[in-house]
Design a protein around this ligand. Sequence first.
Ligand code: TYD
Length: 138
Amino acid sequence: MYNMGNIRFKDISGKAGCLVPIESKRNIPFDIKRIYYITQVPNEIRRGFHSHRQLHQVLLCLNGSVKIKLKDGNEELVVELNNCSEGLYIGPMIWREMYDFTEGCVLLVMASEYYDEKDYIRDYEEYLKEAKQFFGTK
Ligand code: TYD
């Protein structure tokens, strides 16, 4: 699938616990302008249901686990994040749905741009239309 991939971060772990350094443009492929985290999500809740036109993001599950369904208008893929050094890169025009948040799950998101609602595509039919144009030429 285009515009997504796993990122393995260096994990400095030992008896004293686990430390994962993250550096802009070194181990994530963009400059981080914004971070946010999602936590306390009830297990039956599904989030996401959108894509971005321009935004690049890396997701990292710091505790617990969560499943991410990804679509590119053609293929679909489910990735489970359950390890604090295994990140998921999601680039432009990838539809995502997040579900099965376990109790205590903390999902960290690093983003290449400030929040901009105009960058979102929240309507799936509109997404399919734009994804066809976007990926059609690749
Ligand atoms: P949204 O990105 O739709 O969350 P999710 O995909 O996890 O369901 O954002 C939920 C709400 O929060 C929406 O009203 C926009 C707002 N929001 C901000 O104001 N700033 C942000 O950086 C983000 C990510 C969301």
